[in-house]
Write a protein that binds this ligand. Structure first.
Ligand code: MF3
Ligand code: CO
Ligand code: CO
Length: 261
């Protein structure tokens, strides 16, 4: 069941999404060669607590840390550890805040120092996939429009889309309906209605789409060891189109229905 948010719930979601985005902006300058993913975790954990929220991942279905840090061929759900980031690595930092009982979810993949052109391509394609997915949103359109647009672009770039994990409704629960797949058919799936809030978070591999899990049961990696990158925003459907609630850099103009022309 897809929950249409009330004006009060939308206001609360604006606050928690802003905080999640601020935490992600805060951590960016710390992503440097020599730092451990545990240190990134601890800095984010304290920032979130200092702002009156709690990190949603901590103890979520047994997840042991406050953020997810996924390095190189890790696709998602990497567990912060004593691993030291090295020049040339790429790392996705995925932050979810619970502020007053409402969850905001956003992630980006960062370059650690100078990276290879292959790594840069992976990041660029993943960022563009999120952007293209967002711009495919039309009020009165369908959730399948988003995945179809993402998959078409990824294919043109000779990259693959991970199929096992998708975007999700979000609000009072971390993961709600609908599932927002990053592939599929335009015109299919749930109708996009004002008051819906969900994430789009495509995971893009330079190689094949297949994944496996590490023995820690959480970390998802590419089966072929190819690089993987991901970007995520939390998005509100409005009467006019959409608002990207975790976009504090104002990349996306709010309340705009992109014209079809
Ligand atoms: N933040 C992830 C998402 O985008 C979910 C992480 S679940 C965790 O949906 F348990 F691994 F934290
Ligand atoms: Co998410
Ligand atoms: Co997330």
């Amino acid at each position: 069941m897809i929950r249409i948010k009330t004006p009060y719930e939308i206001e609360q979601m604006r606050h928690t999404c802003r905080l999640a985005a601020e935490a992600l902006r805060m951590i960016e300058p710390h992503v440097q060669p020599g730092i451990t993913t545990q240190q990134l975790n601890d800095i984010c954990h304290q920032f979130i607590l200092d702002h009156g929220a709690v990190p949603s991942p901590l103890n979520y279905r047994g997840f042991p840390k406050s953020i997810c840090t996924s390095v190189n061929q890790q696709v998602c759900h990497g567990i912060p550890s004593s691993r030291v980031l090295r020049e040339g690595d790429i790392v996705n930092v995925d932050i979810t805040t619970n502020l007053n009982g409402f969850h905001g979810d956003t992630s980006r993949t960062f370059a650690v120092g100078t990276i290879s052109s292959k790594a840069a391509k992976c990041i660029d394609v993943a960022r563009n996939c999120l952007d293209i997915g967002i711009r495919a949103i039309r009020t009165g359109g369908h959730v399948g429009d988003i995945g179809a647009a993402i998959a078409a672009y990824a294919r043109l770039q000779h990259c693959s889309v991970v199929r096992e994990y998708c975007g999700h409704g979000i609000g009072r629960d971390f993961h709600e309906d609908p599932a927002v797949m990053h592939f599929g058919e335009a015109g299919q799936g749930a109708l996009l209605r004002p008051g819906m809030i969900f994430t789009i978070e495509p995971m893009i591999n330079l190689g094949k789409a297949a994944i496996r899990h590490l023995p820690d049961k959480w970390t998802v990696v590419t089966q072929d060891h190819s690089l993987s990158a991901q970007f995520e925003h939390t998005i509100l459907i409005t009467a006019e189109g959409y608002e990207v609630l975790t976009d504090i850099d104002q990349v996306y103009s709010s309340s705009s229905q992109e014209s079809a022309a």
